[in-house]
Design a protein around this ligand. Structure first.
Ligand SMILES: CC/C=C\CC(=O)SCCNC(=O)CCNC(=O)[C@H](O)C(C)(C)COP(=O)(O)OP(=O)(O)OC[C@H]1O[C@@H](n2cnc3c(N)ncnc32)[C@H](O)[C@@H]1OP(=O)(O)O
Length: 719
């Protein structure tokens, strides 16, 4: 796991050999420890260069090993030995030096980085801190403010930034290992005392307390309830106030408090879930590794509303020519200006030139005849979409793939009106499409594997986290979210206020509770969908009382708000009241309180005090319960897919892992008990009825989430 070579007669070259990222597994730690010992003990060796195979220095400790207590050679002791050694050790950084990998580089006496390399201490994103001396060495090298920023955010920096900050000594466009070998030959004659970072005096700014306080406040605001960033701050404070050895002891104590925490487990699960979700498989056996996606150069986006604009920007940003189509001159012009403005701002932020030459705007559908793909983003109206797909069939060349950005309509019904149903699928972007990372790729029953592979690969190219799902109303994300918002509405009827429900969810870790989120998104979106599906408006069965629809409990309160013109932030009021239309400061509104009281009186509902525990359980267990149904219906292949959708599309707090991981953490038996309890109390809410899969898993002894797939395998996949 580490190769040893003698080069130029006097240099030991140690290469980490653990593809794909040369993670520091226990075998690699053993390998380096042995090879360093050999190099330091060999009188022929005058200097040492450490590099990584396949142009990647090191991606850090092996995260897969964190599931068990750390065993084997200690990184701390290894790094202390490297630093204290009497021979110069040079880190040759290509690709990445992250986490333990960068800490290894910090223990070396010099760091030479390739100009394309990226460096950082991302442990905080895994619920940990850099506990192999990172919190003690980095502040001594680059100062407390810069180190705090890097350690508490986990941001990676480019080689150029690293050079500016003093994290590396030199950058090169050549092979970093070759440069490091030449550098090492020169370093042999130089004294090492000033190169041992742990012995450097800490550069302390005068207003240390104020600095730590400000960063603590910042962190608490950004990552409410998340433990690791606060522990990182404490570790850096120890570096600032204690001698190195005592600081190291503090670093290790803090790491011990994080290592087996549920937050660390959740965050590490998220890391792997994101990668698992990208590896899609269809029942036919077609999968990410055996189907070649089409190469996409020219795309058309139909509809320049909010979604269409974001999609056009996402495509152009990665070098794809875009023909954007609208039906009216005024809409086209507004859309054109918005897209250009968005692309220009984005390019400015990234320090590049906006690729406006890739854009074409037109009123004629005929102009899309030669594109490789079309992404439809028109109004959420089935008959309109069907008309468009029929027209696209006629206009586009036979090889053009057709995608719909519908957020929940039947993708197969659209495929059915075309001359190429196998070349139709869904690409469900989330708003704003150029910002949000999630892309649900909807596999219709007739979608070909190439159509899916192309959507997944194009999404990845646009920087999206893509999840392949089956075709059902609302797909995965919106199908599940309905059960969550329904519960929130029912809780209002029973005695809660929007601010109580939101408060509990925000305390749980959501950046925004369900009602604040609804105000931001606009209440009219859901209203339109409810009208389309006959839940409200003229199509309602006159025999249905207002609080029952299609045989189940229904809350008409959101419809009542919409009827009063309370559409959320854009109208200055929704579930809350705002300083002005478009305002963002949500204040509780006495009118809502009155509306709720009136509603309860009208329907003889005795309001009750509802605990935060009930608010959380009702909203989140019902969400997970629907997730189990999504799995048993074969709409998602594995729980990781659902969690990734919720992390990237719905702001589920990452340190909770996602709804399915959270249910797993709470304990499936407990979730089942509570759902049974709530369903008993509310038999007219079918979503509270425990799903078959949940019951099956509990009956099988509640296996860990990674094993659920084995119990789902037997079920029918709709992908
Ligand atoms: C005492 C404790 C000391 C130190 C603590 C640490 O060091 S914690 C680890 C800190 N390091 C990180 O957080 C880096 C995590 N990795 C990444 O950010 C990316 O993988 C990376 C290195 C930038 C490469 O990205 P790329 O997009 O090129 O590849 P991908 O992410 O798909 O990864 C490829 C496969 O490698 C697996 N992997 C990556 N890093 C690790 C790791 N540190 N440990 C274990 N495995 C790792 C990843 O899961 C992929 O596996 P696959 O089976 O192919 O899905």
């Amino acid at each position: 796991m580490a190769r040893y070579e003698l080069v130029k007669g006097s240099l030991a070259l140690i290469t980490l050999t653990n593809p794909p990222v040369n993670a520091l597994s226990s075998a690699v730690r053993y390998g380096i420890t042995e090879k360093i010992k050999r190099a330091l003990g060999d009188p022929k060796v005058k200097a040492v260069v450490i590099c990584g195979e396949n142009e990647r220095f090191c991606g850090g400790a092996d995260i897969r090993e964190f599931a068990a207590p750390m065993r084997g050679h200690s990184l701390v002791m290894l790094f202390d030995d490297i630093e204290a050694g009497e021979k110069p050790v040079i880190a040759a950084i290509e690709g990445v030096a992250l986490g333990g990998g960068f800490e290894l580089a910090l223990a070396c006496h010099y760091r030479i980085a390739h100009s394309k390399a990226r460096l950082g201490l991302p442990e905080v994103t895994l619920g940990l801190l850099p506990a192999a001396g990172g919190t003690q060495r980095l502040p001594r090298l680059i100062g407390i403010p810069a180190a705090l920023e890097l350690i508490t955010t986990g941001h990676h920096v480019s080689a150029q930034e690293a050079l500016k900050l003093g994290m590396v000594d030199q950058i090169t466009d050549e092979n970093a290992c070759k440069m490091a070998v030449e550098f090492a030959l020169r370093a042999v004659a130089k004294p090492l005392s000033s190169r041992r970072i742990s012995t450097l005096t800490m550069p302390c700014p005068p207003n240390l307390d104020a600095l730590f306080e400000a960063v603590t406040m910042q962190v608490q605001k950004k990552a409410r309830g998340v433990m690791a960033p606060l522990a990182c701050i404490q570790a850096v404070r120890a570096a600032a106030t204690l001698p190195y050895s005592k600081g190291m002891k503090r670093e290790s104590e803090l790491m011990a408090s994080l290592f087996s925490s549920s937050q660390a487990r959740a965050l590490q699960y998220c890391f792997f879930a994101q990668r698992t979700a990208g590896k899609w498989t269809l029942p036919s056996g077609a999968q990410w590794s055996n189907i070649k996606p089409r190469d996409i150069r020219r795309a058309a986006v139909i509809g320049l509303g909010t979604m269409g604009r974001g999609i056009a920007v996402s495509l152009a940003r990665v070098g794809i020519s875009v023909i954007a189509v609208e039906t009216e001159k005024k809409l086209l012009e507004t859309g054109r200006q918005m897209v250009i403005g968005m692309l220009e701002r984005d390019a400015k932020r990234r320090g590049v030139t906006a690729s406006l030459y890739l854009l074409q705007f037109t009123l004629s559908l005929q102009d899309v005849k030669d594109v490789d793909i079309v992404i439809e983003a028109v109004f959420e109206d089935m008959s309109l979409k069907k008309r468009l797909f029929r027209d696209l069939s006629k206009v586009c060349r036979p090889s053009t793939l057709l995608y719909t950005n519908t957020s929940g309509l039947d993708v197969d019904a659209l495929a059915g009106v075309t001359d190429r149903p196998h070349m139709v699928a869904g690409m469900h972007f989330f708003s704003p499409a150029h910002v949000m990372k999630l892309l649900e790729v909807i596999c219709g029953p007739r979608s070909s594997s190439e159509t899916i592979a192309t959507a997944m690969s194009l999404g990845k190219r646009m920087g999206k986290v893509c999840v392949a799902v089956g075709n059902c109303p609302g797909f995965v994300g919106n199908r599940m979210v309905k059960t969550y918002t329904d519960q929130a509405n029912f809780l209002l009827e029973e005695g809660a206020t929007p601010e109580q429900v939101d408060g509990a969810l925000e305390e749980f870790g959501f950046a925004m509770g369900v009602f604040r989120m609804s105000d931001l998104a606009g209440l009219d979106v859901g209203w339109r969908i409810r009208k389309e599906s006959g839940l409200t408006g003229p199509d309602v069965d006159p025999k249905d009382p207002p609080h029952r629809r299609q045989g189940h409990r229904y809350s008409p309160i959101p419809d009542m708000l919409c009827e009063q013109g309370r559409m959320g932030q854009k109208t200055g009021c929704g579930w809350y009241v705002y300083e002005k239309p478009g305002g963002t400061e949500a204040k509780p509104d006495p009118l809502i309180q009155k509306l709720l009281e009136g509603y309860r009186v009208r329907y003889s509902i005795q309001p009750r005090k509802i605990s935060s525990q009930e608010l959380i359980e009702r909203c989140l267990y019902v969400l997970a319960n629907e997730g189990f149904r999504v799995l048993e219906d074969g709409i998602a292949v594995q729980p990781e897919d659902i969690d990734v959708i919720y992390l990237f599309g719905y702001g589920f707090p990452r340190h909770r892992g996602g709804p399915m991981f959270y249910a797993n953490m709470v304990g499936l038996g407990r979730v089942l008990d509570r759902l049974e309890h709530y369903h008993h109390a509310h038999p007219d809410v079918p979503h509270l009825k425990p799903s078959q899969l949940l019951k099956k898993l509990v009956a099988c002894g509640s296996p860990p989430i990674q094993k659920w797939k084995e119990h789902i395998k037997t079920m029918h996949s709709h992908l």
